[in-house]
Design a protein around this ligand. Structure first.
Ligand code: FHN
Length: 425
């Protein structure tokens, strides 16, 4: 009864902004299109991988390592007590870095829910001595700070008996009683909780679809039904799915793992073409998503800024991952980088926020906002040249314009300069 009331309230909230379905095709609501536009302008978000796996400090795939069984793994829930966790401090650090949204792992492949779910006692409130709903605290802190809040949600599960076994999680010691109807209902109920019980959940980031990509008989995730369900509950909610294939109907943004859109250096997306949807690439700050005690291989702040700029030039956001520590603190190496990025963003943010796709050159990349072109010099060079149809109105550095060949040259540049060029209409 209570559940019906919540759903009803959720529907009322969405009233007047319902998604349309024309001949079975998804037509995003006006509200959703507005959320997409806003999301596209963000350019920088923070990804958080945080779950009970942090207690092992070996990354978020530890349950799949074959080193321990489900019963042993679950026991660490009773040690989860991140005494220094303060949602507001985290979110302030993200905001100061210039990030505009946060994507938090509500439930990773180990099936542990980081909120007070009624669908399973294997959750942060019922199974840990901490007993705090960290997802709720983060959602509220984000609302207070004006940061958008998205949730990662794993479609695959290494714990539940009813999840039909895919290519991972074979050695967790669970009994297998595959029943996708029951598992699908569980996911829908959980997603309804997340969308209706928590304020400001603006996006869902699915992962694990690839777990069934090498099945002999194609697996039916009933994904359209799932997406329709979500958009009916909350039309504005942006859906993305890390399936490493071309977007599926019903998705509102396209994501790329450890790669700029159109690249395939990670090997995850050999055939992933770039769509017209808003784009997002995700990358780790060090080498791992979840906290790993031995991973000190942090990328420099300069490299992270360069990645952000390159992503913006491809028309993409950068979702930069941090794996918070077992004690509830963000690693100091991550905090240092966030600070440096914040300094850069305060000074140069206009060259990435709200910009559209640019071009790539041997010396760097461009981004564009209306009639303003930003030239980001990313390599060591003496001068930059770009083809330009007309002599620009002005530029933030002295320039030469070759009218015959339509070439703009900016001499005497330095690596990491940003040159602003005002174009004629
Ligand atoms: O298996 C996950 C992994 O743990 C992590 O969450 C990343 C983030 O993009 N996605 C999966 C691998 O594709």
């Amino acid at each position: 009864m209570k559940r019906m009331k919540k759903t009803f309230l959720c529907l009322i909230a969405a009233c007047g902004m319902l998604p349309l379905s024309v001949f079975g095709q998804y037509v995003p609501s006006a509200d959703n299109l507005e959320a997409r536009r806003e999301f596209e302008g963000f350019r920088f978000g923070i990804f958080l991988h945080w779950g009970i796996y942090i207690e092992f400090a070996q990354g978020e795939w530890y349950l799949n390592s074959g080193k321990l069984k489900q019963e042993e793994y679950q026991k660490v829930a009773s040690c989860f007590y991140p005494i220094h966790f303060h949602a507001k401090e985290w979110v302030r650090a993200f905001k100061d870095s210039g990030a505009k949204y946060v994507t938090f792992t509500s439930r990773h492949h180990d099936g542990f829910s980081m909120w007070r779910t009624k669908e399973s006692t294997y959750n942060i409130v019922d199974a840990t001595p901490f007993r705090r709903d960290v997802l709720d605290e983060l959602a509220k802190a984000c609302q207070e700070e004006g940061i958008r809040f998205h949730l990662y949600y794993s479609l695959l599960d290494w714990m539940r008996e009813d999840y039909p076994l895919g290519s991972t999680g074979h050695d967790t010691g669970r009994r297998l009683r595959p029943n996708y109807d029951s598992y699908f209902l569980f996911m829908k109920n959980q997603l309804r909780e997340l969308l209706c019980n928590y304020q400001g959940v603006d996006g869902l980031w699915f992962d694990g679809y690839w777990d069934h990509s090498s099945d002999a008989t194609p697996f039916d995730w009933r994904i359209k039904e799932l997406y329709d369900y979500i958009h009916t509950l909350k039309p504005r909610c942006l859906i993305g799915n890390n399936h490493h294939i071309a977007p599926i109907e019903g998705e509102d943004f396209q994501m790329f793992e450890r790669d700029l859109p159109g690249q395939n250096t990670s090997g995850f997306s050999p055939n992933q073409t770039v769509s017209q949807l808003p784009l997002e690439m995700c990358q780790t700050m060090n080498g791992n998503w979840g906290y790993h005690v031995a991973d000190n291989g942090y990328k420099s702040a300069r490299d992270l800024i360069t990645l952000l700029v390159r992503a913006a030039s491809k028309g993409s956001n950068l979702l930069l991952n941090i794996g918070p520590q077992p004690n509830g603190e963000l690693p100091s190496a991550a905090l240092e980088r966030l600070k440096e990025m914040g300094v850069w963003m305060r000074e140069n943010g206009e060259s990435v926020y709200g910009t559209t796709r640019g071009e790539e050159y041997p010396w760097g990349v461009t981004t564009r906002k209306g009639q303003t072109l930003y030239l980001h010099v990313l390599e060591k060079t003496d001068a930059v040249t770009i083809p330009l149809a007309k002599k620009p109105r002005s530029a933030s550095a002295s320039f030469q314009y070759d009218r015959r060949n339509h070439i703009l040259t900016i001499p005497n540049v330095e690596q990491y300069d940003i040159i602003k060029v005002e174009l004629l209409d």
